[in-house]
Design a protein around this ligand. Structure first.
Ligand code: NAD
Length: 320
């Protein structure tokens, strides 16, 4: 697979850096990775860690000039536009004919399609895919993230793409066509965000009625309310020891990122004419939680704290 001998990676943040680290460890010895981030220290760190294997570039255009496959992982749609479409330093200011281009950022579908269209018009032999990920920073470090790939299972590049993504993660799900990886990701995060709010409220009403949250967790797990947020990401601290809440919500998926993804999902729903009653109230809840100094920068299940859930319940149910 000659294409992975010259790989480019742009955006070396909380997710991008561990993804590049997996590639640097697992690609064949002849492969080189050209990288760029607007923050110089993170580029220098990676190049020092993998001398000769990871090579620094001055901008996105320079990355594109060196490689045949480009992966991008930046925060928002505006960053994706700038990385690809900046007339002086963007990926598309290089000749990217025949390149395989994969954007893993979680952004709005309209921006993704606009970049795809621009590439299709200017470089018809290049292929652009959306492929957002799930599994968080811990998953990126462990190499267990899932990719939601915006293409059909019959796409001619699908095997090649899956091979590359499995070097950084575990599951790769082709979602059917362009921008559908993003639509799947936003739909998933909407559902996960709504469940976290519902879970927090359900625990709170049960606990205020006198129930031990450990009993409630067993009830939900045995009943029709069973879900992963309750089981593994329980918003109430110290019910499930490995849940972010049990560590003070310090590790996990930041509430600001949930606010961003929830907002993108609500916008998408409006654009496609999908009626929802929970969207606006959910968005307002995450917006306020993201701006609450008691919650900001913490795992999104801190919405339990934002909603006034009891955190020191163990003093009441001690030994129960
Ligand atoms: P981050 O802010 O930690 O990293 C983003 C990196 O992109 C930064 O290093 C930043 O300097 C760089 N960047 C920004 N603009 C750039 C530009 N124009 N050119 C080059 N580099 C640029 O963000 P992250 O947590 O790594 O998230 C990246 C994407 O992955 C987001 O869309 C996010 O929603 C998604 N995501 C994040 C998580 C998570 O748990 N952090 C989980 C799943 C998906």
């Amino acid at each position: 697979m000659t294409r992975f001998e010259k790989l480019g990676f742009i955006g070396l943040g909380a997710m991008g850096k561990p993804m590049v680290t997996h590639l640097a460890h697992k690609l064949p010895p002849a492969s080189r990775i050209w990288v760029y981030d607007v923050l110089q220290p993170v580029v220098d760190d990676l190049c020092e860690e993998f001398p000769e294997r990871v090579l620094k570039c001055a901008n996105a255009k320079e990355v594109a000039e060196h490689v045949d496959t480009i992966v991008t992982m930046v925060p928002e749609g505006a960053h994706v536009r700038s990385v690809y479409l900046d007339p002086e330093h963007g990926v598309c200011s290089a000749d990217i004919s025949n390149r395989l281009v994969i954007d893993c950022s979680t952004i709005d579908t309209a921006t993704s399609l606009a970049v795809k269209d621009h590439i299709a018009q200017n470089f018809p032999s290049a292929s652009f895919y959306d492929s957002p990920v799930s599994g968080g920073v811990v998953g990126a470090i462990k190499g267990t993230i899932a990719f939601f790939l915006g293409c059909a299972e019959s796409d001619p590049n699908v095997e090649h793409l899956i091979h590359l993504m499995r070097l950084m993660g575990k599951e790769v799900i082709p979602c059917g066509g362009p921008s559908l990886g993003l639509a799947a990701k936003l739909s998933n995060n909407y559902l996960s965000g709504v469940i976290a709010i519902a879970c927090s409220e359900a625990f709170d009403m049960g606990m205020r009625s006198g129930l031990d949250p450990r009993t409630l967790a067993k009830v939900y797990a045995a009943g029709t309310a069973q879900n992963t947020i309750c089981d593994k990401f329980c918003p109430v601290p110290n019910v499930y020891p490995d849940a972010p809440s049990s560590g003070g919500w310090k590790q996990g998926f930041k509430v600001q990122l949930m606010r961003k993804d929830f907002g993108l999902a609500v916008d998408m729903a409006k654009r496609v004419g999908s009626h929802n009653v929970l969207g606006d109230v959910g968005l307002e809840t995450y917006d306020r939680a993201a701006n609450d100094p008691r919650c900001r920068d913490l795992d999104s299940r801190v919405v339990y704290r934002y909603l006034g859930g009891q955190e020191d319940w163990q003093t009441q149910h001690n030994g129960a």
